[in-house]
Design a binder for this molecule. Structure first.
Ligand code: 6PG
Length: 465
């Protein structure tokens, strides 16, 4: 093992790193890992037995043992650690070597690193990796962006290690510069939206329809056999099946209702605002994590305003399924539209058909529905919003009455439905040829002479109100 040249190097042998390097080795690429932590190095050496995989704490050994051009992936926490590792390795690298950042780095950091390394002839890729530890081990969805020619060196390794759907790898070169990190960021924004929607469906079933955990489990499990089939619905059914090991009852009931976040959902919302693209379901999901984190204030407010024990809601599981399916579609539509506009603004040259394709497997937002999206973007590569596709329109239209019923019943019963109602309002606005924004324009002109345009003639107008 000491004399061979390794095909692939990985820095950061935490859970994700170890799983990913073992996956690469399982696919017949020799791989070497680097970590300062001896325990992690030893773990990989033990777990890697029987494969062509090695691990070291010595960066010079690591670098010298990689074949040229060196292909080095970093799986370290986003932010400063990425810069520290890059600066540490850079003096020992050669022109043409490739560094791939596999973390959830902010896309502007990726642009900076791309430029800095390009000055030394080193190729830099931001490659979002989705699927958690299991995905990293068995096949994640990988979203790389960077120099297209340099990608040919990493393509065989990534294609072998990625998840497959119908034999097709869930990885592709997505675009220039930070395209890969950007796409992964929006993936996570959609992930936040879908998770919040599922939790609202749970809340409706538990607090409104008064269903037991077993009945809720059965609903999710049934839904996962139909058009809602997706990773997040599947794991939700599993969650409701889990008994608590530390007390009597179901584990779900023992978990504190305070949402944590590492920032990718918030970045998606912030950047959508910068682009001027509405993604209200995702915004609502981020806000709900923030509201949930104000637990002590919520507890005080509950005593002040009274607990929400409203009337039992008369809804069927079928109506709820329709509302959730509607809300899922609208969430993907928002995220996809953000990608369409980001592609123009940042010159990523994204292909939405390819993105839908590589999201069909391996990643957290994988769902049956993504194949329909792939077909829509394949049919019309310049589609600006999935809601404008005729097949989607035919799919969505019959879902609207149930969604409106679910949202109105829920709101009447004081069940918070921030994401579901945001999605419905987005849909109602997006599908309205006329909105009351004429009044806002009039107000702007009234108090600030901001001018307005007219429906019946060209030009810019101002009125002395
Ligand atoms: C994935 C996930 C992953 C993300 C977690 C946690 O695609 O595998 O998106 O990258 O880190 O979902 O994110 P939050 O801590 O922000 O919820």
């Amino acid at each position: 093992m000491t004399d061979i040249e390794f095909d692939f190097g990985l820095v950061g042998l935490g859970v994700m790193g170890r799983n990913f390097i073992l996956n690469v080795a399982d696919n017949d690429f020799s791989a070497i890992g680097l970590d300062l932590d001896k325990e992690k190095v030893d773990s990989l050496l033990t777990e890697g037995e029987g494969r062509v995989v090695h691990a070291t704490q010595d960066k010079i050994e690591f670098i010298n043992k990689l074949s040229s051009p060196r292909k080095i992936m970093l799986l370290v926490p986003a932010g400063k650690p990425v810069d520290i590792v890059i600066n540490d390795l850079k003096p020992h690298l050669s022109k043409g070597d490739i560094i791939i950042d596999g973390g959830n780095s902010f896309f502007t950091d990726t642009n900076r690193r791309f430029e800095e390394l390009a000055a030394d002839g080193i190729h830099f890729f931001g490659a979002g990796v989705s699927g958690g530890a299991k995905g990293a081990r068995k096949g994640p969805s990988i979203m790389p962006g960077g120099d297209k020619h340099a990608y040919t060196y990493i393509k065989p390794i990534f294609e072998a290690a990625s998840a497959k759907v119908n034999g097709e790898p869930c990885v592709a070169h997505l675009g220039n510069g930070s395209a890969g990190n950007y796409v992964k960021m929006v993936h996570n924004g959609i992930e936040y939206g879908l998770m919040q929607l599922i939790s609202e469906a749970y809340s409706l079933m538990k607090n409104g329809m008064r269903l037991s955990n077993a009945e809720i489990q059965s609903a999710f499990s049934t839904w996962n056999q139909g058009r809602l089939k997706s990773f997040l619905i599947e794991i939700t059914a599993e969650i409701f099946d889990k008994k608590d090991e530390l007390s009597e009852g179901d584990l779900i009931d023992a978990i504190l209702d305070k949402g944590k976040q590492k920032g990718t959902g918030k970045w998606t919302s912030q950047n959508a605002m910068d682009l001027g693209i509405p993604i209200p379901t995702i915004d609502a999901a981020v806000s709900m994590r923030e509201i949930s984190a104000l637990k002590p204030q919520r507890m005080t407010a509950e005593t002040l305003y009274g607990a929400k024990i409203a009337q039992t809601i008369e809804l069927t599981i079928e109506q709820l399924e329709e509302a959730l399916f509607f809300s899922f579609i609208v969430t993907y539509a928002q995220g996809m539209q953000q990608l369409v506009y980001a592609s123009d603004t940042y010159n990523y040259d994204l292909n939405l058909e390819t993105i839908s394709k590589i999201w069909r497997g391996g990643c957290i937002i994988r769902a049956e529905l993504l194949e329909q999206m792939r077909l829509a973007f394949d049919k019309n590569p310049s589609l600006k919003n999935l809601l404008l596709d005729e097949i989607f329109a035919a799919m969505i239209k019959p879902l609207v009455p149930s969604t409106a019923k679910v949202v109105s019943e829920g709101i009447n019963a004081q069940v918070p439905l921030a994401a579901m109602s945001a999605g419905l309002n987005y849909f109602n606005a997006f599908t309205s040829g006329r909105l009351p924004m004429n009044l806002v324009q009039a107000q702007r002109d009234h108090f600030g002479s901001h001018t307005y345009e007219r429906l019946d003639r060209e030009g810019i107008f101002h009125t002395e109100w």
